[in-house]
Design a protein around this ligand. Structure first.
Ligand code: ADP
Length: 503
């Protein structure tokens, strides 16, 4: 029952004019707008047109009697409150009227106060009812807004080209969109409800999502992006984040899955191009370098000092170019997964000793101490390509020498750790600012500051190191403090466990 009743309007239906006028006087003082009718039919007609909320109804009238009028008002079902006016002798009528739905009754003749009390009560009831109706309308509107909002968000998530999956903190899938199912080639009829590892056949991703769902990664920056290749030529990148509640508690995890196959293909083309160009450039450059060396040697006497200087600079520069090209080719081979063709047991201790001995001369020239020590446990050989291992540690120790000022200290330590070999290269050098920690593993990235400006390099050493470490299923970590030094830790399994790709 919803209507537009006006609580300031009251209708008096009474056949006695004096009683109608008397009631009007009292009600007008109560700030009502009083409408009057002398007969039942007239009263009903007034109600059709006017929105009176209360009716004062005389029971005993000629023509349509009060009871009939009451019945018709009730039939209107508009929430109008009817106060019936009955004579002394008609208590039963009053009871009957109440049964029919009258709100209250006043015996005749009544005192003004009696009328005021009863009408006031009715007015309050009407105001309360209207207020309740208003609240209900608002509640319904909020609910419907919420519903519209929810369905809008739902539609957006359903039509996103990126895969979206949400879990609760029991790692149960609570939302999965069609793109997610399609990216992973899952059954389109799959609906949310069960644990993530029952949907997804990739233990790495499942473990990561489960860890996040259980609140193990509250710090967003900590969470690595996860790359996977569910089928040949298809690459997906999953970024996972915890869903946090108002108090920062973990409610679950959300996974955003992006198809990066095109980027990968482009990357592959780029690598191929770089490899081709590098390859083409290497031989002529090597020839130029050799010829420059020859010219410098043979015509030594006939040259002015300036000419010799120019030729030496040209020779140095060509050498720099040749080593950059060498690095680029190494990197391309690593990315193509063909860097470590040879696989044989390598004595890490001997390998490291040789590198340290070789670089010892360079360190000595800078007045640095370069030490090597192993734990008392004999090191287990690593099954890998010796050239690849040499590349890892050669690069790390060369960097330590290069980025440590004269008189500094470089320590290389190797030890057995379970089935792995851990090698730590630490220096007392310039250190690396935290914001560059990730960047230094990117191709061509070099930190440029007052200390490093004059150190030559290609920015390819660490990407090569990382590429090889990854291809060996190893792990590399760096810790550094500006002005104090840097420590690179490499952990390599003595035997490669899987045949997964690189980077
Ligand atoms: P390159 O040494 O040829 O510049 P790398 O890829 O080997 O290239 O290193 C990238 C950058 O990382 C370097 O330019 C340097 O700024 C920083 N870096 C690497 N190793 C160290 C180190 N031991 N101490 C300080 N900075 C380092």
């Amino acid at each position: 029952m919803e209507n537009n009743l006006d609580p300031t309007k009251i209708l008096v239906i009474d056949d006695e004019k004096s009683l109608r006028d008397g009631a009007e006087r009292i009600l007008t003082r109560m700030e009502f707008q009083t409408l009057k009718a002398s007969r039942g039919e007239e009263g009903l007609e007034t109600l059709e047109k006017e929105s009176a909320a209360i009716v004062l109804l005389d029971m005993k009238m000629p023509g349509m009697d009060g009871m009939e009028v009451l019945r018709r008002i009730m039939e209107m079902d508009r929430g109008i409150l009817v106060i019936v006016i009955t004579g002394y002798a008609t208590v039963e009528t009053a009871i009957e009227a109440m049964k029919q739905g009258a709100y209250d009754f006043i015996p005749k003749p009544y005192e003004p106060d009696q009328l005021r009390i009863v009408v006031n009560r009715a007015r309050e009831k009407i105001l309360l009812t209207l207020e309740a109706q208003k609240l209900e309308r608002e509640r319904r509107r909020t609910l419907s807004d919420l519903h519209t909002e929810q369905s809008r968000v739902h539609t957006i998530i359903e039509s996103l080209p990126n895969g979206v999956l949400v879990t609760n903190n029991d790692s149960e899938v609570v939302l999965i969109n069609p793109a997610f199912l399609q990216h992973l080639g899952l059954d389109a009829g799959l609906t949310p409800g069960i644990k993530i590892d029952e949907y997804i056949n990739d233990s790495g991703l499942c473990d990561l999502v489960m860890d996040i769902s259980q609140g193990k990664h509250i710090d967003f920056d900590d969470i690595p992006a996860y790359e996977m290749s569910p089928e040949d030529g298809k690459y997906l990148l999953a970024r996972c984040r915890p869903v946090l509640g108002e108090r920062g508690e973990c409610l679950g995890a959300v996974v955003n899955l992006v198809d990066i196959s095109a980027i990968k293909a482009l990357d592959h083309l780029k690598s191929e191009f770089v490899a081709k160009v590098s390859h083409e450039l290497r031989s002529p450059l090597s020839t130029i370098h050799e010829q420059l060396a020859l010219v410098l040697k043979e015509t030594h006497e006939g040259q002015s000092e300036n000419e010799q200087h120019i030729l030496s600079r040209a020779k140095e520069k060509t050498f720099g170019l040749i080593s950059t090209i060498g690095d680029l080719l190494d990197l391309s081979r690593i990315e193509a997964g063909i860097a470590s063709k040879v696989s044989k047991p390598v004595q890490v201790e001997t390998l490291l000793k040789d590198i340290v001995d070789f670089l010892g001369t360079r360190a000595e020239a800078k007045g640095q101490t370069l030490t090597f020590e192993t734990s008392n446990k004999p090191l287990i050989p690593i099954t890998a390509d010796p050239m690849a291992l040499e590349s890892i540690f050669g690069n790390l120790i060369t960097n330590a020498v290069n980025y440590t000022p004269d008189g500094g200290k470089i320590d290389v330590k190797a030890e057995v750790s379970g089935n792995n070999i851990r090698v730590v290269v630490s220096d007392t050098g310039f250190g690396i600012e935290a914001k560059y920690m990730e960047k230094i593993f990117e191709r061509f990235y070099r930190v440029k500051n007052d200390k490093t400006r004059f150190i030559t390099g290609t920015g390819l050493g660490l990407p090569i190191v990382k590429g090889i470490v990854d291809s060996l299923d190893g792990y590399i970590d760096v810790e550094s403090e500006v002005g104090k030094g840097t420590t690179f830790t490499v952990i390599l399994p003595t035997k490669k466990t899987s045949t997964s790709g690189i980077m």
